[in-house]
Design a protein around this ligand. Sequence first.
Ligand code: ZN
Length: 117
Amino acid sequence: MGTVLLVIGLGWALLGVLNLVGGLGELEKQGFGDTAKGFALIFNMTLLILPGLVLAGIGQGLRRRRRTAIAPSGKESPTSDTTVCPFCAETIKRAATVCRYCQRTLPVADQHPPSLG
Ligand SMILES: [Zn+2]
């Protein structure tokens, strides 16, 4: 989509430039004055070249946004079943009481001790 807009926009702007150059040559040939040339310049600039460049800019923006949208799959993050060892920062199971990487006893934070009552 972005590429299509970019190509159409650039083509539109190019059409405006060609139309402007050709039009000015034609006006010159037919003996029109500077007022007619100025009008042709403004007409082509506002209706063809500027919208074409804006369209191309939008297309370029869409292309860039899509490229950045593809995020690289990062390092595996802790899920609900796993947690990160506070000693060695490795991902371990949440139910573990001893880290399998550094063999240290883990503080049991989210498990309440059984009530003696
Ligand atoms: Zn550890």
